[in-house]
Write a protein that binds this ligand. Structure first.
Ligand code: PLP
Length: 358
């Protein structure tokens, strides 16, 4: 077994700061005790401010996939349009279909962004009452135009917009209410810089109303059950209390850094990697849609990504990510999210330069 920790430049899980790990070691409290409700309420206020919403922000003890499942189970009654241009958006389509929910995928090539007019064309058919969108496709380093797509979906009053912002939340500003997002969800092990095991999910009034209409598909994921307890500043089932302490501490740290600074730091890290990639390789996604939190780089020099990764881990204690699924070998990914800094990223790139002789 390797004893040395490899610093994570992979798109989740990300590095967790020692102070946060320490917060997780807080002694357990009873989840029906007043001090739990205080903790929950404290977090709730911070999440509303963080996500720019007046609506409820649920906390599921689950990874992101659970919250993705919850969103479609609660909010789709007629038929769901799944926008697919990568591995995670494909997963959401598979989740929807796997739950037995009527759905159809709008699929575009993985390096191409979903454009608002494609969505409008589909919605005009009147078949759909929900749309799923992955804001930042972690598998391809592509950021879909959330604002433009949200504007289009809002023109269809009976259609709810469900957004996976898993690898964006905490790295870019998300204005949930202003954009009219009915659900905006994320696991905490990406840009939030916490260990996996907790998912954050907003729910608009419309989403909550949908959840009250049949068919009812789940108990654990029921927004209606969540809401009953949310009003008491509790969760229906026992949550991962260590995660709540960690999230509370991390939200404080984010406000202390300043959210604008945090987002500017992500932007600066992204630009640093993009500049380097353009000099030595090429970017995989279509221009104009490059992610602020993870860069997917086309392997134009035909290097052995495996060999590079091995050497980075073995000799330098850093971990990058190979391409995902279909684009394995043809691409590699460098994540620049969470609590990483521009000097961290520069250090990594200099190390890669050294190994590849760039
Ligand atoms: C990581 C990721 C997921 C899946 O997350 P889990 O927490 O492993 O369930 C879903 N969507 C996106 C965009 C992701 O980056």
């Amino acid at each position: 077994m390797r004893t040395r920790h490899s610093k994570l430049f992979v798109p989740g899980p990300t590095e967790v700061r020692p102070e946060i790990l320490q917060a997780m070691a807080t002694p357990q409290i009873y989840h029906r005790a007043p001090e739990f409700s205080e903790l929950y309420a404290d977090i709730q206020g911070k999440l509303k401010r963080f996500l720019n919403t007046e609506g409820a922000v649920f906390l599921f003890t689950a990874s992101s996939t659970g919250a993705m499942e919850a969103a479609v189970q609660n909010c789709v009654k007629k038929k769901c349009l799944n926008l697919v241009n990568g591995a995670f958006s494909l997963r959401w389509h598979e989740i929807t279909a796997g739950c037995g929910i009527p759905c159809e995928a709008l699929t575009v090539p993985w390096n191409v962004a979903i454009k608002p007019e494609m969505v409008a064309d589909k919605l005009r058919s009147g078949q759909f009452d929900a749309v799923t969108l992955v804001y930042n496709e972690t598998s391809t380093g592509l950021m879909n135009p959330l604002q433009e797509i949200a504007e289009v979906v809002r023109k269809f009053p009976d259609v709810v917009l469900l957004v996976d912002s898993v690898s964006a939340m905490g790295g870019v500003k998300i204005e949930v209410d202003k954009l009219g997002l009915d659900v905006c969800l994320a696991g905490v092990q990406k840009c939030m810089g916490l260990p996996a095991g907790l998912a954050i999910s907003t729910a608009s009034e419309r989403a909550l109303a949908r959840a009250k209409e049949p068919p009812f598909r789940s108990y654990y994921w029921s927004y209606t059950e969540m809401m009953k307890y949310h009003k008491k500043n509790q969760t229906p089932a026992t949550p991962s209390i260590p995660h709540l302490y960690a999230l509370n501490a991390q939200l404080d740290a984010m406000f202390e850094e300043g959210l604008d600074h945090r987002f500017a730091r992500h932007d600066a890290m992204a630009r640093t990697v993009q500049e380097w990639a353009l000099k030595h390789f090429a970017m995989y996604p279509e221009k104009g849609y490059w992610s602020k939190t993870v860069s997917c780089i086309e392997n134009t020099r035909n290097i052995s990504v495996d060999k590079l990764s091995d050497e980075l881990v073995r000799e330098h204690g850093v971990l990058i990510s190979e391409g995902y699924g279909e684009i394995k070998g043809k691409t590699f990914r460098i994540a620049h999210m969470g609590d990483l800094t521009v000097p961290d990223v520069r250090g990594l790139l200099a190390t890669i330069d050294g190994i590849l002789g760039l």
